[in-house]
Design a binder for this molecule. Structure first.
Ligand SMILES: Cc1cc2nc3c(=O)[nH]c(=O)nc-3n(C[C@H](O)[C@H](O)[C@H](O)COP(=O)(O)O)c2cc1C
Length: 359
């Protein structure tokens, strides 16, 4: 199954393996990709992954999350990105762009006060926050739409909306960070309003055929946060929002680390969102992409055989072994990644790299 072709909307994929969005930390202060990004993406394409999803890119300067994040907030970024995309295509690969606004987790050079649906107090907030105003909400929705237009012009094969990990869309969905009384808040229907508006605006910009994916956070993992019961209602509505596939994840800043769990060593530790995948599977007909601790070929095959998911998505293992898909297709049984979480750069200009001791 793993090496059978599949389809996401109009996009044909040669196999079921996806590189989950991974912030490469290889952009300059304006968000322009550094030259090192090209060989990184090329290596992934050569390594045989069916679809690469870029690291998250900020749709507006107010939503830049960290230094060296790639930008997609200006038309000037189209050309340098198209050069990178072209390099992936030359290697026979396909690449989607993940678009994001950090909301409360923004901290770029121009962000002193980060925007958030409701100005909650929490000791884990990294900087002062301010409630986003209705006019700014509309502006941000348009920023997502313009970002998606740019990804299409840059030649990306698809766009993925980041709706997980405590960034702005995830903050709107969460009852902890969204306590608004206007149309952007309230029950889960109201809290989904921002996501609906983003999807509608993006679809309007890119047209009916451009593949549109979402990474959806199913739960916050903290008291008073988003629960799976509520997010299943969001999952059920995704097809109607014009999306073509859903990748599921979880966790919000300040909650438990649900997203990048450490020490995935045994098959029992793998696929930590599989129970939730089964629930999402029952809620939507969209192709379902499972990420989170997938390491061994046997577990991946079992997930696909059981129908719990349609595609298998990997982040940390592909930092360690960009050619893992080819290795798995040959005879390697398991990713070398030990989930030691030492992939982030230690200093500026380093970019992501595997720094775990693998022996
Ligand atoms: C270095 C690093 C960067 C990441 N960047 C992103 C990102 O830009 N967007 C995103 O949705 N998830 C990001 N993630 C989360 C991964 O995509 C993935 O959901 C998580 O690592 C679990 O998958 P894994 O066990 O295969 O690593 C990142 C994770 C790591 C370790």
């Amino acid at each position: 199954m793993l090496f059978n072709p599949t389809q996401i909307g109009t996009l044909a994929l040669p196999n079921r393996l996806v590189r989950s969005a991974t912030a490469e930390r290889l952009a300059d202060e304006k968000g322009r990709p550094r030259p090192q990004l090209k060989p990184l993406w090329q290596a992934l394409a050569r390594g045989g992954v069916g679809l690469i999803i870029s690291g998250h890119m900020y749709v507006h300067p107010s939503g830049k999350c960290h230094p060296e994040m790639i930008g997609i907030y200006s038309d000037e970024l189209i050309e340098p990105l198209s050069e990178m995309v072209e390099a992936v295509h030359q290697e026979g690969g396909r690449i989607a762009a993940q678009v994001n606004h950090g909301g409360m987790q923004s901290g770029g050079e121009h962000v002193e006060t980060a925007l958030i649906p409701s100005a909650v107090q929490a000791d884990w907030l990294r900087r002062p926050v301010r409630e986003i105003r209705p006019g700014e909400i509309e502006e941000t929705i348009q920023a997502y739409a313009q970002a998606a237009r740019r990804t299409k012009l840059a030649g990306f094969d698809a766009v993925q909306i980041h709706g997980a990990h405590g960034y702005l869309i995830s903050q709107f969905l969460s009852p902890f960070t969204n306590r608004r009384k206007d149309k952007w808040g309230g029950d889960i229907q109201g809290r989904t309003h921002f996501l609906r508006a983003v999807c509608a605006a993006v679809r309007q910009e890119v047209g009916p055929d451009y593949p549109l994916l979402i990474k959806l956070g199913l739960m916050d993992g903290m008291e008073g946060g988003l629960t799976v019961a509520e997010s299943l209602q969001v999952a059920a509505a995704l097809e109607g929002m014009g999306l073509n596939a859903v990748e599921i994840s979880g966790g919000i800043a300040g909650g438990r680390n649900l997203n990048t769990r450490p020490k995935i060593r045994r098959p029992e530790d793998e696929a930590y969102f599989r129970p939730q995948a089964r629930l999402v599977r029952a809620a939507t007909n969209l192709p379902l992409i499972l990420v989170g601790g997938l390491r061994s070929r046997q577990v991946m095959e079992d997930i696909l055989d059981s129908g719990d998911a349609d595609l298998i998505s990997l982040c940390r293992p592909l930092i360690c072994e960009p050619d893992l898909p080819k290795r798995l297709q040959a005879d390697q049984k398991r990713a070398a990644c030990i989930s030691g979480n030492r992939c982030w750069p230690d200093g500026p200009d380093e970019g992501i790299a595997c720094k775990c001791r693998l022996d």
